[in-house]
Design a protein around this ligand. Structure first.
Ligand SMILES: Cc1cc2nc3c(=O)[nH]c(=O)nc-3n(C[C@H](O)[C@H](O)[C@H](O)COP(=O)(O)O)c2cc1C
Length: 191
């Protein structure tokens, strides 16, 4: 395969998306979208998240050291799009219908419309050049009761239907390619 080089400004990674829930100073909830998220493990599961610039979400996290990360799926993508395109400093995000509860283990708002939510406590903050990188311990996971009997060791993404972000577009996941460790079945030299 012949390769070409492109500028680092075109960095791209197919990204899952999360609605980030935080508590405002007056006790009300605020939500936005963050796609610069990944997961890590250090004795217990952690989440790594980069929040850029100045925004209410960042102000709330820097003050309270906690947030929820609610997975965005095909059925709540437009609610998420609303949260990600409105600025919390400009007023309450109540122009569209949605509901929320407060977390079981961490005092953060959890969106009812999301099927898979993490309650997180920030353990480390790295201040970058304008952005902040938050490392957070996952203290509880709330999932849709409909997933109760799902095989957690072999999750079928087609049942979860996560939304995937590629610059300025939203996508759904496609077909299953196969199972881990099956390479011998698929490569010529595998026999
Ligand atoms: C699809 C999408 C992805 C986004 N991803 C990020 C992100 O990874 N990091 C970030 O700092 N802002 C991201 N944003 C921007 C925030 O969601 C946006 O600035 C929002 O208005 C902040 O809300 P707040 O002021 O209530 O905190 C994204 C927005 C959209 C629409």
């Amino acid at each position: 395969m012949e390769k070409i080089s492109i500028s680092p400004e075109w960095v791209f990674s197919p990204q899952p998306m999360y609605i980030i829930g935080t508590k405002n100073e007056d006790g009300t909830p605020n939500f936005c979208i963050i796609t610069w998220i990944n997961f890590s493990f250090d004795k217990t599961p952690h989440l790594m998240m980069t929040v850029g610039g100045t925004k209410l979400t960042k102000t709330n996290i820097l003050r309270d050291k906690k947030f929820s990360a609610n997975m965005i799926t095909e059925d709540n993508i437009w609610l998420a799009d609303y949260f990600g395109n409105t600025n919390g400093e400009e007023g309450k995000k109540d122009a569209v219908p949605y509901s929320y509860q407060w977390g079981e283990n961490v005092d953060v708002p959890i969106i009812d419309e999301c099927h898979w939510s993490y309650e997180c406590e920030v353990t480390r903050i790295i201040e970058l050049d304008g952005a902040h990188l938050f490392l957070a311990a996952i203290k509880n996971i709330q999932i849709d009761k409909e997933y109760e009997s799902m095989n957690m060791k072999k999750i079928d993404l087609r049942k979860i239907r996560p939304a995937i972000y590629a610059p300025y577009n939203y996508f759904s996941v496609g077909d299953k390619l196969g199972e881990m460790g099956e390479w011998k079945k698929h490569l010529a030299s595998g026999e």
